[in-house]
Design a protein around this ligand. Structure first.
Ligand SMILES: [Zn+2]
Length: 193
């Protein structure tokens, strides 16, 4: 499934197995944030679940296929909360926008399980140290000045459209992933305007 294309530098090198606690039938309401992903001179509005139980960040394989993100071979064993091990062989590296003024390139391991298009794990949390409000379910990034649009490397900028689309605080509910059901209760989004 690897697709030829530009990858934005080295992928992570993480001790294996990495962990992922996000449960398939999780009934709690985790914090999710709107994000925009950039690749192939295009963009995708979606959302990410913030998961401190995940040691790295993940993207659903079907989302990657739908949008033809470039992938690289990156075999990794993922230890799940129920003790089972899930093997993933590919990763991708994308430009991620997580507030109107916060941009970065970030690596995501592909997974074929779970209800979330994107999971931001401890690698992302430790990099940005967001202020999480567990009552309102919102995240604030105090590091925005360090991760401005202007801080992106030319290789990353080359994958982005010439005009950056407006950042949607309530992205449209993404199309259901073919093999999983999107948890309709999260995030708190309104239908596509
Ligand atoms: Zn940051």
């Amino acid at each position: 499934m690897s697709k030829a294309g530009v990858l934005l530098g080295l992928l992570y090198n993480h001790p294996t197995p990495v962990s992922l606690n996000a449960a398939r039938n999780n009934t709690s309401t985790p914090i999710t944030i709107p994000i925009t992903l950039f690749a192939n001179n295009s963009f995708l509005y979606t959302f990410a679940m913030i998961d401190s139980g995940a040691s790295i960040s993940f993207i659903h394989k079907d989302l990657t296929l739908q949008h033809q993100f470039s992938t690289a071979c990156q075999p990794l064993s993922i230890s799940l909360a129920d003790g089972t091990v899930h093997n993933s062989n590919f990763a991708t590296r994308l430009v991620l926008q997580s507030t109107p003024t916060h941009f970065e390139t970030h690596s995501f391991q592909l997974i074929s399980l779970g209800n979330y298009p994107v999971i931001l794990g401890m690698d992302w949390l430790q990099k940005h140290n967001p202020c999480l409000d567990w009552i309102t379910g919102t995240a604030t990034l105090p590091c925005t000045s360090k991760h401005s649009y202007g801080s992106l490397l030319p290789l990353a900028l080359a994958t982005m459209p010439h005009t950056i689309p407006p950042f949607l605080l309530e992205p449209p509910t993404p199309a259901p992933l073919p093999n999983v059901s999107i948890n309709k209760s999260t995030p708190k989004t309104s239908p596509k305007p």
